[in-house]
Ligand binder design. Structure first.
Ligand SMILES: [Zn+2]
Length: 462
């Protein structure tokens, strides 16, 4: 029996992870991610699929991030009936993230209809809240280390990937005439020795490895994360400026608040007001608090629950009125708001207000994809377009790469080597072309393994 692996996303780009495995009569996806970033990528979410969603037997989900799970509602809309296997914490986060993604799709469609700028009349959302609810209902939670057999001859186990709460690498064993063939999907690999998330588990022994290389051509700042944040913040606080931290609501916002908590409690930073201005970040922090004993989190420092993740002086803002009221408050203070790449959401109102004043600081704490405002700022843009206005960039702005939830080049290599026996073949995915090239070269020279950088739509016999 032949087995095939084809790449329907996450190939040549960091988003849209969708890997189709075909074995005998069984067909399933590993991850069902949304394409994000540049318009030409986002448009690919609408393209006719090269497989029939109704023909999928199941889906294995590495983690809840939208670029890995955000396409699930579209698949249920087109006839996929489950199940989806994911860790318990991924289910909790997916509930939050998919409902939010559906709301954004619905709002975008409504906005396009109001403004009449869509080619399609009426403009339709990519999927609705009902589609998202249905997708969530298909998720069957499991724990790290469990073995499941979702189809005859297919076994799978999820291990901690250390990337965000509940994130997993997936070990897949396919029955063949000559015994079992093992394929490991790395999911997104986390970092070593950082606060909040625990280290990734060692790589399982495998014949084939499908591995991410988001930072395959770069090293993160090796200085401790807390030091980087403190150094960046000190001047802005002295100048009584407002610090805006655009942050992904899930994972990153919790890491930032935990670092701030440690700095404030140790006296390295003064006790200034901190605002988490994002309903999603508020909910995600609560979910993190409920999973403090989860293997993918480092044990909290004594206190239990929610409180151990945030500073004492933190305020949570869910409503738009509360968010707007922040505009009236003087510095020094810190506002943590979404989205992390300055693409949408409340953070834009804060950006517009804070960017023209040099005493303020914008701290970029995550990966900034091509085509986003965050990337434009990193490339030295003098003005940034927000809500139809060109806003001058006068505030200081500091990118902190070390806070990434992704392993860097050295950590990726360390993880591949955490199992002494190298795979026969490594597919390098989930990276922009330059990073994928560089990491594939590094793997071949360091490990002597065959590497493949698959293109979108390519199909390989395993
Ligand atoms: Zn991720």
């Amino acid at each position: 029996m032949s087995h095939f692996l084809s790449f329907h996303g996450g190939a040549g780009t960091v988003t849209g992870s969708r890997f189709l495995v075909e074995t005998g009569n069984t067909r399933f996806l590993v991850d069902a991610g949304l394409f994000q970033g540049l318009k030409k990528l986002r448009e690919m979410n609408w393209a006719k699929l090269r497989f029939d969603p109704a023909s999928l037997d199941f889906i294995l989900l590495t983690h809840a991030h939208i670029d890995h799970a955000g396409f699930l509602p579209r698949l249920t809309q087109q006839g996929f009936r489950g199940p989806v296997h994911a860790t318990r914490a991924s289910l909790d986060l997916a509930r939050l993230l998919l409902m939010d993604a559906a709301k954004i799709q619905e709002e975008d469609a409504a906005f396009a209809n109001r403004k009449g700028f869509s080619k399609h009349r009426p403009a339709l959302p990519l999927y609705t809240s009902e589609d998202a609810e249905q997708a969530i209902s298909l998720i069957e939670p499991l724990d790290y280390g469990d073995w499941i057999e979702p189809a005859a001859g297919v076994r799978a186990s999820f291990r901690n990937a250390g990337h965000i709460l509940g994130a997993a690498m997936i070990e897949l064993r396919l029955r063949t005439a000559g015994g079992e063939r093992t394929i490991v999907f790395s999911g997104d690999v986390g970092r070593y020795g950082v606060p909040l998330h625990s280290d990734p588990d060692p790589r399982p022994e495998c014949d084939v490895l499908v591995m991410e290389a988001t930072y395959g051509d770069r090293e993160h700042d090796p200085r401790p994360m807390g030091d980087q944040i403190r150094e960046a913040l000190v001047t802005a606080i002295e100048r009584r400026g407002t610090v805006l931290i655009p942050s992904f609501a899930v994972g990153r916002a919790q890491l930032v608040t935990l670092l701030l908590r440690q700095l404030i409690h140790s006296g390295e930073l003064p006790e200034i007001p901190i605002h988490i201005d994002s309903p999603m970040a508020v909910d995600a922090t609560r979910i993190y608090g409920q999973h403090l004993r989860d293997l993918s989190l480092d044990a909290a420092d004594g206190e239990d629950g929610f409180g151990s993740l945030v500073p004492r002086n933190v305020q949570f803002h869910r409503s738009v009125e509360e968010s707007k009221s922040l505009n009236l408050l003087p510095g020094p203070r810190i506002i943590i708001s979404a989205s992390g790449m300055l693409t949408s959401g409340r953070v834009l109102h804060h950006l517009k207000r804070l960017l023209p004043d040099e005493k303020n600081l914008i701290l970029l704490v995550g990966f900034q994809a091509a085509g986003t405002r965050g990337r434009a700022m990193m490339e030295g843009a003098r003005t940034i377009r927000v809500h139809g206005e060109d806003v001058p960039v006068r505030a200081r702005f500091i990118p902190i790469g070390g806070l990434s939830a992704h392993a860097d080049r050295g950590e990726l290599l360390r993880w591949v080597r955490s199992q002494p026996k190298p795979p026969q073949t490594i597919f390098v995915v989930h990276a922009e072309e330059k990073a994928a090239n560089a990491f594939a070269r590094l793997l071949s020279s360091e490990l002597g393994v065959r590497t493949i950088e698959p293109e979108l739509g390519q199909r390989f016999e395993l």
